[in-house]
Design a protein around this ligand. Structure first.
Ligand SMILES: CC(C)(COP(=O)(O)OP(=O)(O)OC[C@H]1O[C@@H](n2cnc3c(N)ncnc32)[C@H](O)[C@@H]1OP(=O)(O)O)[C@@H](O)C(=O)NCCC(=O)NCCS
Length: 428
């Protein structure tokens, strides 16, 4: 493709163009400031490519999502979450032997250092589990203290990757048990990744707990659909922090905090709270669609809209179907599901939403399934964290292994006070 031309102050400049394997086009502005003295200005980075990546592809116009080239629909239908972790992090589907070894490694690193339990004790009972997750993930760096990953061996980094994937579900379950005042249930090596998590969440020492296969299948699907989504806010945060050489644990901890926001992963909790509000308001969902269209109301339809998808989010399509199946199999009639469906129907036939290409996103139906599984609302984003972890790790590793990667440091346009002399206190 020809170079891109820019005319600034009557002078013409040329910039190379890069084209990805899916024909995405990028103007290579790495020499923009050096050649023109100007910078690109793109608040929110809606038009800015921060990196090349070979992990996940999204075509937002056509509602396409692929992990390492595999369509999400096929992966969701056929894979286990652990297989998807391997695919994202190591770049290929594991062979039988590779999967067995990987599963074995994950199974044998699930235990937390007993002292970490003391951290849990320090939190107020109503502490939000996302705050605990962020702090606990970063605290792992104190038990595995190779603080500068640039000097760490590939083996050490891979061991920390295994530790993080294995321990995150123990941390999540312990945070839940702490919040409800129940005893912690330790990991069991005879259960697979998803079953072990559900056992740690819902078992109690007083009686045997058998994992419901419907719930296990639903959780496997939810984790897969959340596993990666290229350069979203939390993943960009992981790369930003990691670009300074900070440890894997520190970088991922930062990602957890970014995901917590209601415009990002925190939307799944916000959706259920919105649906409950509509239910308690006579299920008048048309009223809330109108509120969402009124900019003054400050109200948005949570679970609707996306920076990249200007069509149906394929994850939402899959979860809408799964919501019906899971609730039917569990014999649950949740009024929030019919409110959600009615809301979707009205919004999708409304000019305001059509004009802005606003469709349900991954958070619209996920909460209804978590609820049916017995996951409390304030744990929804922790579930998102567990799902997104392999994607964050894969993105961090791709950046870490790239010898050309530099520290992330965007520029700005200063609009504040210009040069002025300091005024001593007695002169103010
Ligand atoms: C996801 C989201 C943050 C993307 O934001 P974005 O790409 O920066 O888009 P903008 O916020 O600029 O929105 C574009 C327009 O659509 C409107 N809009 C976007 N999402 C909306 C929603 N959920 N409800 C009502 N209006 C919405 C905005 O008001 C804006 O309107 P305008 O053109 O009249 O100014 C945004 O759609 C949103 O806030 N959704 C709800 C939260 C959510 O579900 N997040 C999870 C994402 S997976």
């Amino acid at each position: 493709m020809d170079n891109a031309k820019l005319i600034l102050n009557g002078q013409e400049y040329e910039f190379p163009v890069i084209v990805g394997s899916e024909n995405e086009v990028g103007i290579d502005f790495r020499k923009l400031r050096a050649t023109t003295g100007a910078i690109s200005f793109d608040p929110g980075y809606g038009n800015t490519g921060a990196t090349e990546s070979a992990i996940t592809f999204i075509n937002g116009e056509e509602g396409i999502l692929r992990y390492r080239g595999y369509p999400i629909e096929q992966v969701a239908e056929n894979a286990s979450f652990v297989e998807v972790c391997y695919l994202l992090i190591y770049g290929k589907l594991p062979s039988k032997d590779e999967l067995t070894k990987f599963e074995n490694d994950l199974t044998h690193h699930t235990l937390l250092h007993e002292d970490m339990k003391k951290f849990f004790e320090g939190y107020p009972a109503n502490a939000h589990p996302m705050a605990i997750m962020a702090a606990m993930v970063i605290s792992l760096a104190t038990y595995y203290p190779n603080l500068n990953e640039n000097e760490s061996s590939a083996e050490m980094i891979n061991l920390n990757i295994i530790r993080l994937l294995a321990k995150v579900k123990t941390l999540a379950a312990f945070a839940y048990k702490k919040s409800i005042g129940q005893p912690y249930i330790y990991p069991r090596n005879d259960l697979n990744y998803v079953e072990d998590f559900l056992h740690m969440m819902f078992a109690v020492p007083a009686e045997e707990y058998v994992v419901n296969p419907v719930v296990a299948r639903a959780l496997n699907l939810l984790l897969i659909l959340h596993a990666d989504h290229e350069q979203n806010c939390s993943t960009s945060t992981v790369r930003m922090v990691g670009s300074s050489g900070a440890s894997l644990f520190a970088s991922i901890g930062a990602g957890v905090t970014a995901l917590w926001g209601p415009l990002h992963g925190g939307a799944n909790q916000a959706v259920i709270q919105m649906l409950e509000r509509i239910r308690d308001d006579g299920s008048d969902y048309k009223k809330y669609v109108n509120m969402a269209k009124d900019r003054e109301s400050g109200f948005r339809l949570m679970g609707f809209g996306h920076r990249v998808y200007k069509n149906f989010d394929p994850r939402a399509r899959i979860l809408k179907e799964a919501a019906d199946e899971v609730l039917n199999e569990l014999g649950i009639d949740d009024p929030l599901l019919s409110i959600a469906k009615n809301l979707e129907e009205v919004a999708l036939s409304d000019e305001y939403f059509i004009a802005r290409k606003l469709y349900p996103n991954v958070d619209f139906y996920s909460g209804i399934i978590y609820r049916a599984m017995g996951i409390p609302t304030n744990m929804f984003t922790v579930m998102f964290t567990m799902g997104r972890l392999p994607g964050w790790i894969a993105q961090w590793k791709e950046m870490h292994d790239d010898p050309t990667s530099r520290i992330n440091r965007p520029r700005q346009i200063y609009t504040g006070e210009r040069n002025r002399d300091f005024v001593p206190l007695d002169k103010r």
